[in-house]
Each structure stands twice: as C-alpha cells, then as structure tokens.
Design a binder for this molecule. Structure first.
Ligand SMILES: Cc1cc2nc3c(=O)[nH]c(=O)nc-3n(C[C@H](O)[C@H](O)[C@H](O)COP(=O)(O)OP(=O)(O)OC[C@H]3O[C@@H](n4cnc5c(N)ncnc54)[C@H](O)[C@@H]3O)c2cc1C
Length: 460
C-alpha cells in the first residue's frame, strides 16, 4: 500500500518541480510500482527532475523529512532494485537524458544518467567510436541504471563491463551535497578511488547526476560463428581451448539443451533446419580486417580439426539475425513454466563443465526445467528455474542449492544483475560477516539515515 508522506514535503516538491513533474495519483504511481522482477511496490510519489540543481533540492528535502528516495532509470532491474520497498519517492531520470560532451581527443563522453545505452552507442557510432558494455537490455536501459548495477553483457569477454568504462561520477548525497569522485583524466591517484565503489552500488550510496565514460574506436568488422554440439559440455570446452590459443573473441555465448527446447518450441530454431544438437556456442570475433582474417582461419581450422559443425555470418544483417535467436531466449522461457527464478551466477571458467553437470543433476532430482545460457566466456551463466505456482516451494529449495553449489565452486551469486531486494537473503552465503559489516559502515558514511533505496543490496 502507498505509504503516506508529509503533505508539507509534497508541497515543497510541487513548488520545486511544478505539479506536472510530481505524480501522486495512484493510477500514475502504478507505472512505477514494478520493474523486471515480479515484485510490486507502490511509491508515494514520482518526481521528474530536469537538472542536477533539482536533484540536489529533492535530496535536501528528503533528508529533512526522512523520506526514502529510490533512483530509477528504465526500470529493467530483474532484482527489484528500482522499487520503493519502504514507500517514499521515486526519482525518475527520463528527463535527464542529455549527452553533454563527447571529446574525441580525450576519448571520453559525459552524459546525464537517463541516456539510454543504445542511444549512446548510436551517437558514438556516428563518430566511429564505441561504448562496449552491452547488457541485452541495451536498447531500453539507461546508463545511470547500468552504472548502478555494474551491468555487463556478451562483449564482457574482450571488452569488460561497465566498471571498466566509468572514469568519474557526479553524485548527489542525502542532504543535497554534490560529490565529484574524481577528474575525468585517464589517471588519478589523489583521492581514495570512490568511483568503483559507486559502480554496482544499486542506488544505495548516492544519486548520479553526471557520468564520465571512456570510449574506444569502433571495431570495423566482425564475424559470428555458431557451432553445434551433440554433447552439451563440449561447447564449454571449446571456449577454454580457443582462449588457450591466445585468441580473445568479443563474445562467447553458450546455450544449453533445456534452453534449446524452449527456443524450438517457439519456432526460432527452424533456421537451423533439421540439425540435431544439444548445445550451441556463439563465438564472435571483431577488429581490423587483416587480423580478423587470420583469427577467422584459426577458428575454422579448430572446428574442422575437431569435426565440429559450424555456421558463420559475416554480413551485418546475417549476424544480427543470428543474435536475434539469442535475444529471444528470455521471452521463450515462458513455454517451460509460468514462473521463474532467474539467477546470474559466475563460476571460474575452469569449473564450467562441473557446474553444468550439477545443474543437470538438480534438474533431474527436482523434475523442474532449468535453463542455463549466457556469457560463458566470463563464466557468467543465466540460470533460470522454471515452475508453475504449485511448485514454488520446491523451486525455492532448488534455487538455494544452486547458489550453494556456485559458492562451493568459488563463484559468485551475481555477476551483473545485482542483489536488489530479491537476493538479499542469499548474500551471507557468499560474504563474510566482516564484509557485510564493512558494507553497512560504508552505507552509513554516505547515507546516515538510510533513506537511499532502503532494503536493497545489504542484508538486514
Ligand atoms: C530483457 C532484459 C535483459 C537484460 N539483460 C541484461 C544483461 O545482459 N546484463 C545485465 O547486466 N543486465 C541485464 N538486465 C538487467 C537490467 O537491464 C540492468 O540491470 C540495467 O543496468 C538496469 O538499467 P535501468 O536503466 O533499467 O535501471 P533501473 O532498473 O531503473 O534501476 C537499476 C538500479 O539502478 C539504480 N539507479 C538508476 N538510476 C540511478 C541514478 N541516476 N543514480 C543512482 N542509482 C540509479 C536504481 O535505484 C536501481 O538500484 C536485463 C533486463 C531485461 C529486462
């Protein structure tokens, strides 16, 4: 239920932003009560600042009235991290979506948090530059949200994730003080390096109003290989062997047999005609034409020597058509169960086969479909446990077992989606009491009254 906030506070917000930029009607608030998790939390108000001075004032007022503040980009969080779990106000960044500066000499871009990742990519492409982090949601998620979650994607293998591109942040703290984490130079060792502390902080430490990102020249060409494997784990072995040949593909994406079942049911695998396979591997190479030709020859030889069937695409249109299959995984999973627990775990690459083996055992034991796909080049798997409502308890147990297995294999329970609300109860499986205590102390330094994104990331 919508928690009451002081009417004087609300009046001050309306004076600041005008009535049209402060939503309070329940039917309007509903649109901001969900994200891509299955949770629903109705906030007390939604604000739409257009400049940093307004964010400063919102945070000054929220601190004065002790009202929770939830930053929101596009609301694509899969963990409930953009929701008002204890009521309070949402700051929606849809009107702070300007690209403020692109400096080719410095190879940096300075943006407001509401810029969409895909828009930034298109803007930079016009200049022959590239911002590599590519969550599958890149077309509709914001840079602010990407920084706050530490988003990653298929290209993480060669280019790293959001954390590798954030040079500096302008952050508004509760009370309205502005913190600049550093200059936008490529090097700086004067302050404690606070920038990485904010990357992945899920809105719990401060509110970003400006973000300086490193950009790189756009790789001129790419080639995509899709290989077909009878034995599921064979494709994971391919990744290790290719890396040992000192090749670094831009992406190495794995699709397991249960995911293949879902994709076949929605008909998108018909392009592969009557081929039989139990796993697929997407391997994309990119770079300068001359080097790419050499790498292409190496990969082709590798597959031929091993007797592994593959297809390759070199034209942009054909490459995108094949990636479309990969992008349809998430919506296709509905055919295997009405609900799902979607994990984004990481295991060291050397344990990937063992991890897959454990998943198949859990699937057999529980008789629930478990799909495993994703950025295997980084050891980062999206594991989805599918179930219908009556099997929810069983699915919860499977989920806990799965996360424990990940920790036993020296992995982590989240590589890119974050902890949000829904994974908080699992954090102590991975972190020591000292790590959790340090996180709580740091939170207090930035947000002494706990008004920023309450009940997100840090366990009670
Ligand atoms: C179909 C689909 C595919 C996805 N694929 C991927 C993937 O491949 N890789 C991946 O990493 N994620 C993926 N995600 C998850 C999600 O898209 C990412 O976490 C994304 O970074 C969230 O961005 P957003 O703009 O939607 O942020 P929101 O969901 O609105 O917010 C996410 C977090 O950021 C905080 N935040 C937002 N703006 C600010 C700000 N200005 N200051 C401080 N904190 C802020 C919020 O409070 C919240 O904690 C996917 C989601 C969907 C629905």
């Amino acid at each position: 239920m919508n928690q009451k906030i002081p009417s004087k506070f609300l009046k001050s917000l309306e004076n600041l932003l005008g009535r049209e930029r402060v939503l309070i009607r329940e039917e309007d608030l509903l649109s901001y009560s969900y994200d891509s998790s299955s949770l629903i939390k109705i906030p007390s108000a939604v604000t739409f600042p257009e400049k940093k001075e307004e964010v400063v004032e919102i945070l000054r007022l929220s601190q004065e009235y002790k009202v929770p503040v939830i930053s929101r980009g596009a609301g694509t969080s899969t963990t409930g991290s953009a929701l008002a779990h204890k009521g309070g106000i949402v700051i929606a960044f849809s009107r702070m979506n300007r690209i403020l500066e692109f400096n080719e000499e410095e190879r940096i871009v300075r943006v407001e948090p509401g810029v969409l990742n895909g828009e930034l990519k298109s803007f930079l492409k016009g200049y022959g530059y590239f911002y590599p982090p590519d969550p599958s949601s890149y077309a509709f998620s914001t840079i602010g949200g990407n920084v706050a979650t530490g988003a990653g994607g298929p290209r993480g293998l060669k280019y790293g994730t959001t954390k590798d591109y954030v040079l500096a942040l302008e952050v508004v703290l509760p009370g309205g003080k502005i913190l600049k984490t550093g200059p936008s130079t490529l090097k700086c060792v004067v302050p404690y390096n606070l920038t990485p502390l904010f990357v992945g902080s899920e809105g719990t430490l401060g509110v970003f109003t400006e973000i300086v990102l490193k950009v790189i020249p756009l790789p001129p060409k790419r080639i995509l290989f899709v290989s077909f494997h009878d034995k599921e784990e064979e494709s994971l072995g391919v990744i290790s062997e290719i890396l040992k040949k000192k090749l670094t593909p831009a992406c190495a994406e794995f699709i397991d047999k249960t995911t293949i079942l879902a994709l076949s049911k929605i008909g998108v695998l018909s392009v592969f005609e009557n081929k039989k396979f139990s796993s697929l591997l997407y391997l994309e190479l990119d770079g300068e034409e001359e080097i790419l030709e050499k790498e292409k020859a190496l990969v082709e030889k590798f597959y031929k020597d091993k007797g592994i069937y593959f297809e390759k695409a070199q034209e942009e249109k054909d490459i995108e058509n094949l990636w479309e299959i990969r992008r349809s995984i998430s919506p296709s999973l509905k055919v295997l169960g009405e609900k799902r627990f979607a994990e984004d775990v990481v295991v060291p690459r050397r344990f990937m086969k063992e991890f897959l083996f454990k998943i198949r055992n859990l699937e057999k034991e529980s008789e629930l479909p478990i799909c495993c796909f994703g950025h295997a080049g980084d050891g980062n798997f999206h594991v989805n446990i599918l179930f219908n409502s009556e099997k929810e308890k069983k699915a919860l147990k499977v989920r806990e077992k799965l996360l424990k297995e990940v920790i036993e294999l020296s992995g982590t329970i989240s590589g890119e989606h974050g902890i949000g609300y829904i994974k908080r109860s699992f954090v102590n499986l991975e972190l020591s009491p000292l790590q959790i205590e340090m996180m709580k102390k740091l939170k207090k330094v930035f947000d002494p009254d706990g008004i920023l994104n309450p009940q997100i990331k840090i366990p009670d």
